[in-house]
Structure formats: structure tokens, C-alpha cells
Design a protein around this ligand. Structure first.
Ligand SMILES: Nc1ncnc2c1ncn2[C@@H]1O[C@H](COP(=O)(O)OP(=O)(O)O)[C@@H](O)[C@H]1O
Ligand SMILES: [Mg+2]
Length: 330
């Protein structure tokens, strides 16, 4: 335990923008701009940031749906080898999906409406030649039971289920291959608060029972408070702060983290002044010079306007990319 399962080192993903006839070549969209992150086995790592900061691009890179423009992504395999996720093609890429599974945000569009729940959950069993026929049906029943669905409803179609139930179907499908890492891209964002809480509880109990590792991606810091061990905060394609959940909530060091936290209702920040972010998040098509956050930062100095800070390890643990990190609050 406590070994790294998946590691990103200086990973970039830039998308070329189509430039029209006689138009000059446009700058690429820098969706992910050099992120480093270690996902430790058995832990829940959260990746948090506003819409457009590159979270889904990071999820696609990790699951090898797209390849990085630069940097390396490595997975420690079951037999202890190091797999270069970024360079996988064809069958090798498919093999990765036995280890790494993605759960999507929208439980309505991610399930094929013309397939029964049994067919949906059994599909990966068939694709990976894990089980067929009666054996597959028994596994489907077991998986449905695990995620809190009635196995007796397996011949129904997705439309017969609520949003929360559909997300449970998506989870059962992801678990069918017995993955080691489950990446949830905004897995509860489309759900009502109470249903979202039930799904987060389900993630917790599955993690314990099955020894899973999670990367939980969300724009909402309040989602990760009770479910994540560590939190990485993203801003415009960069990780600006990373720490244990407890330290990050107690003593944010990056002004952006502080601003995100101040929007989360909690006991700790009742007496703290609320920081409202001014200005729109810039676009990944046109990232500000210097620190990407400086146009919205209340503490920005001349240095911040000209020079991008690098991510530095903090003496009290965690990492931050800021020229003037906030004081540590013990
Ligand atoms: N295939 C693509 N081609 C061009 N730009 C893209 C593509 N995918 C994402 N982007 C851009 O990259 C940035 C990050 O997007 P995304 O990773 O979806 O962010 P998030 O999931 O945090 O909302 C956005 O500006 C988005 O418009
Ligand atoms: Mg997204």
C-alpha cells in the first residue's frame, strides 16, 4: 500500500486550432500545460477547478483516450512493471482499460438507451473475454447488488431508472473489469445534492470493499471534502496547489484555493471573510503571461505579472505555484 499507482510528469496537451483560408495559424489551445501528479494506490485523489481548466482533458490523457503533446504518464501494473500510458496504441491501449476505468458525468447520455441494463453491464465482460452467457449474467447480478440496484431489474432499459440509479449502472459497468483505478469525471455533478451524497457514499464503501483507487474530478470543492485523501487544484491547465484534504481545507496556500474554499459553506470558514473571485476565468486559447491567475488575484505583484511561478514543495507538506503563498495556519 501507499505505492504510487499512476504518475503524471510535466504532462501537456495542446490542441491545434484550425486556421481558416488566408488566416494566420492560430495559437494552440493549451488545455493541459505541464502538470505533475502522483495518484497513490488505495487513496482518493481529487482534481478540482473551474470549468475549462483542463480537468476532462486530464481524465482523457490518464485513460489513454488521447495522447499527450509532451510529458509522461506511467502506470504501475499488477506485476510491478511501469507502463507508459501516453504511448499506448491498439490492443495495448485496450488492455489499459482493464486497469483504468472512466465514469462520466451524465448518466443520461452515457448509457445506450437501446441496451438492457444486463447488456450494458455485461458488455465489458464480453469485450475483455471475462465471461459470457449465464456466467456473465451472474456477475451482472452480483455487480448490481454491490452498487445498490435490484438484480431483478436487469432486463429493463436505462429510461426506467432515475439519474442516481443510472449513475449506479455506470459504476457497475466500470467495475465489471475489476479496475484498479477509477476516474470519475464530475460523476455527481448532474445529480441532486442528496442523491450525489448517496453516490459518494457508494464510492467510499466500494473503495473499502474492492481496494480501489480513485481520481475524483469535480468543479465543486465541497464534493471532495469528505471523500478525498488529497486534493490537486487546477487553474488554466496548471496544478496551482496540492495537499492533503485536511491541510488544504484548513490552510490553503494559493489565493485561488482560498477563493474556491470561501465559496464552500463549512464550519471552518464561518468567521472568515468571503473572497469573491472577480473577472472571468481566462481562456485556454489565450493564457495570461506571468502567473495565469494574476488578473484575478488580490495579492498580485509586478513579478506575478511577468513571471510564471513554478510548483514548489512546501516545508509543511504539499505543493504550491505562487510567488507569495498565503501564510500557513497551524
Ligand atoms: N478537442 C479539443 N479541441 C480543442 N480544444 C479543446 C478540446 N478539448 C478541450 N478543449 C479546450 O481545452 C480547455 C479545457 O477543456 P476541458 O478539459 O474540457 O476542461 P474542464 O473539464 O475542466 O471543463 C477548454 O478551453 C476547451 O475548450
Ligand atoms: Mg470537464
Amino acid at each position: 500500500m501507499n505505492e504510487s499507482l499512476l504518475t503524471l510528469e510535466n504532462v501537456e496537451k495542446h490542441f491545434a486550432q484550425s486556421s481558416g483560408f488566408l488566416k494566420p495559424a492560430a495559437e494552440p489551445v493549451r488545455a493541459v500545460n505541464g502538470i505533475s501528479l502522483t495518484i497513490t494506490e488505495g487513496e482518493t485523489t481529487a482534481l478540482v477547478g473551474e470549468s475549462g481548466c483542463g480537468k476532462s482533458t486530464a481524465a482523457k490523457l490518464i485513460t489513454s483516450a488521447i495522447t499527450p503533446s509532451a510529458g509522461t504518464i506511467t502506470l504501475r501494473t499488477r506485476d510491478g512493471n511501469i507502463l507508459d500510458v501516453g504511448s499506448l496504441r491498439g490492443r495495448a491501449r485496450k488492455a489499459l482499460w482493464r486497469d483504468v476505468q472512466l465514469i462520466f458525468q451524465d448518466p443520461f447520455s452515457s448509457l445506450n438507451p437501446r441496451m438492457t441494463v444486463r447488456q450494458i453491464i455485461a458488455e465489458p465482460l464480453r469485450n475483455f473475454n471475462i465471461a459470457h452467457g449465464k456466467e456473465a449474467t451472474d456477475i451482472v447480478a452480483d455487480l448490481m447488488d454491490r452498487v445498490g440496484l435490484q438484480p431483478g431489474t436487469m432486463s429493463r432499459y436505462p429510461h426506467a431508472f432515475s439519474g442516481g440509479q443510472r449513475q449506479r449502472i455506470g459504476i457497475a459497468r466500470a467495475l465489471a473489469v475489476k479496475p484498479r483505478l477509477v476516474v470519475g469525471d464530475e460523476p455527481v455533478s448532474a445529480l441532486d445534492v442528496s442523491v450525489a451524497a448517496q453516490i459518494l457514499n457508494l464510492f467510499q464503501s466500494l473503495k473499502k470493499d474492492l481496494g480501489l483507487t480513485y481520481l475524483l474530478i469535480t468543479h465543486d470543492l465541497s464534493v471532495v471534502r469528505h471523500s478525498a485523501d488529497r486534493v490537486a487544484v487546477m487553474y488554466l491547465g496548471n496544478i496551482v496547489e496540492e495537499n492533503t484534504t485536511a491541510s488544504l481545507f484548513k490552510s490553503p496556500r494559493h489565493p485561488y484555493t482560498q477563493a474556491l474554499l470561501s465559496a464552500v459553506p463549512s464550519q471552518d470558514n464561518q468567521d472568515k471573510p468571503r473572497i469573491v473571485l472577480t473577472g472571468e476565468i481566462a481562456s485556454a486559447r489565450n493564457i495570461p503571461t506571468g502567473c495565469p491567475f494574476h488578473p484575478r488575484c488580490a495579492y498580485a505583484t509586478d513579478l506575478c505579472r511577468t513571471t510564471a511561478p513554478t510548483v514548489e514543495a512546501l516545508p509543511m507538506g504539499g505543493r504550491v505555484a505562487c510567488h507569495t503563498p498565503l501564510e500557513f495556519m497551524p
